[in-house]
Design a protein around this ligand. Structure first.
Ligand SMILES: [Zn+2]
Length: 215
């Protein structure tokens, strides 16, 4: 299972570059190892071109290295905190994707003014607190914000988005869709005030997309 997750998590990092969500070595994806208190995460400071399955790092859910030749991502503590406190989460992604991060810089939630936002995020995409790296502050801010929302994405204030999902692929999908809607709603804002969607329509769209949509 860990070998398979190394392959999957390494491949998902290529999606971050493919969709233009990351610069240099910023950004990271992790996956919970099902049934164990472990996760697979990106190593710190390695070029995206050099991220293969063998360079992925395995840590416990306190961020302590269990397997791997490289030091884990500097955001490992935040990922670990999320896995410890949100048992339904199987994957976490973090980027500084430009449009979503611009909303984070303003400290403004992205309003639910598109059906795609209702589908994937179930309402406004919330802002989390300002938090410094180094302890559990970022993880706590992510968990406290996501607990009060249906959204799999939180815009950490003055920092950027963290997204979660039932697995790492779902977390990366949320990061991709988040940047897409952040850009579109930004454009809409330049032209005036986007029209809101009534709450009962948001509930209907969210329920349909989460339960019926797809193959
Ligand atoms: Zn960051």
């Amino acid at each position: 299972m860990i070998a398979e997750l190394r392959v999957r998590v390494a491949a998902l990092h290529r999606e971050l570059t493919r969709y233009g969500l990351v610069s240099w070595t910023a950004g990271n994806v992790s996956a919970r190892v099902p049934g164990e208190d472990l996760m697979v995460i990106k190593p710190s400071g390695v070029s995206y071109d050099d991220l293969g399955p063998e360079s992925m790092v395995v840590t416990d859910l306190h961020g302590r290295l269990v397997d791997g030749d490289l030091a884990p991502s500097s955001d490992t503590a935040a990922h670990a905190y999320v896995y410890r406190h949100l048992p339904e989460v199987g994957g976490v992604a973090h980027t500084h994707s430009p449009y979503a991060t611009a909303w984070a810089a303003r400290g403004e939630p992205i309003p639910c003014v598109l059906t795609m936002i209702a589908d994937e995020f179930g309402g406004d995409i919330p802002v989390g607190p300002f938090a410094l790296i180094g302890d559990d502050s970022i993880g706590r801010g992510i968990v406290e914000t996501l607990r009060g929302s249906r959204s799999p994405a939180v815009l950490m204030r003055n920092h950027g988005p963290f997204t979660v999902g039932q697995d790492a692929r779902a977390a990366v999908k949320a990061a991709v869709l988040l940047e897409d809607v952040a850009r579109t709603v930004h454009f809409a804002h330049q032209l005036g005030t986007p029209a809101s969607i009534e709450a009962h329509h948001i509930d209907h769209l969210y329920a349909r997309y989460q339960n019926v949509y797809g193959q």
